[in-house]
Write a protein that binds this ligand. Structure first.
Ligand code: FNR
Ligand code: 8K6
Length: 350
């Protein structure tokens, strides 16, 4: 019984989804060397246009946001044109697509942007992560530079410009990547934010950058086309801290006031529990956020449908099964068997 997944859903007055199954954002590292989306990417997304909403793979807002090879960008005219081919293909197939806007912060690597002449890694504080870029183990993570107030203002501008570029490229809206240990999330956790100025220490200060980015983008493209992904539970390139709870206790009601298209949990398995959240990240957010919430993380169509029926969230995002099954929505609707995901599938775009 997955009928509720096939109900339409009005995100707001301007956007209505044909079903409640979203394609989760999935980095594929398949853009060309100028970080321009390819025709193969357009075909890949168009094959998945039966989902209620596709969220694109994370897309960098500027060169020093890059932490993985061949991740697409949204800051050059060629990148905007490349994305327009993708959004046209999705729209022609009767789909909708949001761009996920990304800056990796302290897990960026200057190897990827050496042509800009910059070797700085930008983060809230000079607190690095151990390790190296996945699948490029020779690229060890650097100790980042704590961004100045002026650099923060520029970053906010660059997020807003990338959002405007996304609309120019034909996207239906944007999801700001505020999750999974990347730049915005780095401001929201004590592990990575050790600032003592107006961007650190208190919940209001630590939420300031995230809210400035949200507000700048909403002012540029409309709150109805602006969404955000957050990870209140630290789990990827981030250590949790009991004090993080107060940051999200402040941030999430502030987000609710902004009337965004949706709020999306960033996690790999919704069943993960966090001491300082008294359980699952999704249950915690649901308890203090009354608007559209997207759940994700190791769900099947059946378990996701039950979670929606139990009012744990409103929309279900599906990641890995969508890599394995371009026709995921049709297969679920018809009650047919799915192909199981495996990591080897990441080497080609099907
Ligand atoms: C991801 N995920 C992810 N999340 C995100 O916010 N932006 C991204 O670009 C990516 N990229 C990405 C690549 C790959 C290969 C995987 C497997 C995952 C996380 C993803 O959106 C989702 O939260 C998880 O995959 C959990 O959902 P599933 O796969 O269990 O349905
Ligand atoms: C090369 C680009 C990769 C960018 C996204 C990475 C996704 C890889 C999938 C596995 C990642 C595991 C995440 C950690 C989960 C920890 C749970 C305890």
């Amino acid at each position: 019984m997955t009928d509720n997944l096939f109900q339409t859903y009005a995100l707001n007055g301007t956007l209505s989804l044909k079903n409640r199954i979203l394609m989760a954002p999935l980095t594929r590292c398949m853009a060309d060397d100028e970080l321009v989306p390819t025709q193969a990417m357009a075909d890949y997304y168009a094959r998945r246009a039966e989902s209620g909403l596709i969220i694109s793979e994370a897309t960098i807002i500027r060169p020093d946001g890059q932490g993985y090879p061949n991740t697409p960008g949204l800051f050059t005219p060629a990148q905007i044109d490349g994305w327009r081919v993708v959004t046209d293909a999705v729209h022609k197939a009767d789909g909708k697509i949001f761009a996920q806007l990304w800056h990796t912060g302290r897990v960026a690597h200057p190897h990827f942007y050496q042509s800009t002449g910059s070797s700085d890694v930008m983060a809230p504080s000079a607190a690095g992560v151990e390790g190296s870029v996945p699948r490029m183990r020779e690229l060890t993570y650097q100790v980042p530079k704590a961004v100045s107030i002026e650099e923060i203002a520029q970053l906010v501008q660059d997020y807003a410009q990338a959002a405007a570029n996304a609309i120019d490229a034909g996207f239906d809206g944007v999801e700001i990547h505020g999750a999974n240990g990347y730049l915005i999330d780095q401001f929201l956790h004590h592990d990575s934010n050790r600032r003592t100025d107006e961007y650190g220490q208190t919940p209001e200060n630590m939420s300031r950058f995230a809210l400035e980015v949200v507000d700048a983008i909403a002012a540029r493209i409309g709150n109805d086309r602006t969404a955000l992904r957050v990870s209140p539970g630290a789990y990827f390139n981030m250590a949790g801290d009991n004090r993080d709870r107060a940051v999200f206790d402040y941030l999430i009601p502030e987000l609710e006031k902004r009337d965004l298209a949706f709020l999306h949990i960033g996690i790999f398995d919704d069943a993960m529990e966090f001491d300082y959240l008294d359980g699952r990240a999704s249950s915690y957010v649901r308890s203090i956020y009354n608007k559209t919430l997207v759940g994700v993380g190791s769900f099947t169509a059946e378990s996701g449908s039950s979670a929606i029926a139990e009012d744990k969230f409103d929309l279900l995002a599906i990641g890995r099964p969508f890599i394995a099954n371009p026709d995921y929505v049709e297969l679920v609707r018809d009650g047919k068997a799915l192909v199981e995901y495996s990591d080897e599938m990441l080497t080609s775009l099907v």
